[in-house]
Design a protein around this ligand. Sequence first.
Ligand code: NAD
Length: 734
Amino acid sequence: MSEKSFTLETDADGIAILTWDMPGRSMNLITEAAMEELSEAVERVASDPAIAGAIITTAKKDFSGGADITMLAGLFGEYEKKLAENEMAAIAELLERSSRLSRIFRRLETCGKPFVAAVKGISMGGGTELMLACHGRVVAEGAKIGLPEVKIGIFPGAGGTQRVMRMTDAVAGLQFLLKGSTLSPEKAKTMGLVEEVVSEAELMEAAKAMLREGLSAVKPWDHEGFRLKGAAAIWTPGGFQVWPAANGLYRKETFDNYPGARAIMQAVFDGLQLSMDQALNVESRYFAKVLRTKEAQAMIRSLFVSMQELGKGARRPKDVPASEIKTLGVIGAGFMGAGIAYVSARAGMEVVLIDQDQESAEKGKAHCASLAAKQVERGRMRQDEAEALLARIRPTTQYAELGPAELVIEAVFENRKVKADVTKGAGEWLGGGAVFASNTSTLPITSLAKEYRDESAFIGIHFFSPVEKMHLVEVICGEKTGKKALAVALDYVHAIKKTPIVVNDSRGFYANRCVTAYLLEGHLMLTEGVPPAMIENAGRMAGMPVGPLSLNDEVGLDLGWKIVQATEADLGPEAVSPEQKALLQELVEKRGRFGRKNGKGFYDYEGREKRLWPGLAEIAPPKDADKFDIAELKQRLLVTQALEAARTVGEGVVTDPREADVGSILGFGFAPFTGGTLSYIDFMGTKEFVALAKRLAKKHGPRFKPNRLLLEMAENGETFYGRFGTSAETGKAA
Ligand code: NAD
């Protein structure tokens, strides 16, 4: 095996083939070493008179996954170390190192010899930027082309923003950069980002033909007199129409919370008014600036590093051999059960889907069929794949069919007696080593486990709705849950390509506790007289995907009302808020408003349209919006969730900060730019956070009181990542 990432071979026609094949990795990544090699290869192509032009391609299934993000995180680490000694020198070095890739790509673009990118499979981030720096692009059918950097808080800083905007329509280019979306080769071609789309077998021949036909080694923008077209030419009538609107849209989508997205707007706007060399310089400066923001660090840590680690089984007990679920049992073919059956069959498992009568079981399978049909319609699944998926789901009423199942997940009604019956019933038919899981949202796992023949083989596997869309799965260890059950649950979550967090048993586990706090805060604001539209806007401005009232309508006001009643019955009247109780009782019991499900909640629904219900003014008369400080409303909505997350850590429910953070973003969309509930506290500083919580507690009540853990951490100047590290392995599982 070659220790090099790139090999260069020249054929008789003077075409150099530069093949990317990173040793020891399944995906080509841009590392410091790869940059060095690429730079050397470009110089060889430039200086060797025997080479007329070059093709950059891959020996792997995919072209490239882009820059090695851990390298970027490392760059920042070194910057921080040097910062204390000499701030200016530290910034200058960060700029120098973070702009290196951009300089190599520019050298490739201007070295005098034409380069063609021959791309197949995945091309992301720096890989796509390399492709754009080349003089021609041939892409194999089925490839996936993206610049997803904005999703982890940064942006394409190696020429991506400048080249995209000079190659495609301004609106399409901005959307592509700001959304971080993935393009099909055909779409990329329509946009002008790719010249040719061919079959994989024809890829190299087509790339060679492009060179033989005399591909120019000078980019359009490096010709004298180059003029931007359409709205990309900012100071033109077309530009006047697009740029103010683009700014408005940017604000509407991001509320200016994301420095990475803001830098895209700035780099593009500034860069389009400059020559390419100057524009790249400007882009590099924005890039180094964004790397230094806490948002970029928080997002890289949670949404890239931690998510990968958790996905790879960071919390899996290492000494349990890997398990493979060939047959999965699902009991309860309702909304959740059908979703679980679908994602499991999609991952290749045989699924026995049980309900109380055959008709209900068939209905669950029909739901899977409609999900698969939608995928086929959108071109994301072939018809034969959909048929094979459905053939793997067996609807039945017979527990006997569960015999071969290695894992069973129950998703029957949220009723202790019903759950006890199916757990006992299924246990009689299952093989010796089978693990039994509950998808309960509220019932403690430890108590449900008592109904299974082996409590150590019982675990919680809590999905989020809708199952086929939500990436998070909360795995819950009861007091007696054993390592094997945990390992099997995590192997299963890995197989269905979702991200797990492992938490210990508690009322509401982790995610629902934080969400409940968010909903409560929205309810209390309403009863205080905050105008409902202001509450909703405060939620979105704080970075949440939807306001608390909208979210409650989606979940169901009746469910909220049920939970308040159950909490009061179990824990006493002090455990519930009297204002919230009165509000939900009025809405659900007196006004019959259950949420989106019956078209009446905090909003009125008509088809896809919704409007805040005017009747809310009778129940909670609104005060003048000027009486409320929007900054404080935003803080309340995030702080209440972060406090609840800190309580789960204090109680030992969550043991690893990565899980609180990743779980909060994937599970309930906690403001992603913060890096998650605990990163929100860490990046604010525990001391500052505690002071803020105390101020809010004084003004709004004891729900904002920081717990003992937070007080202690503030006192000692600790952070969650500093105190709890990231090495916890198995929670309480014995
Ligand atoms: P649902 O009412 O849509 O489905 C429940 C299904 O269980 C029904 O098809 C019912 O016929 C079946 N069932 C009832 N008794 C049965 C029995 N004895 N044997 C076999 N099947 C039986 O409910 P759902 O929304 O899918 O919720 C199911 C579980 O998932 C609950 O525990 C719930 O708390 C949990 N959960 C729900 C959500 C959500 O958003 N809906 C999210 C996470 C977890």
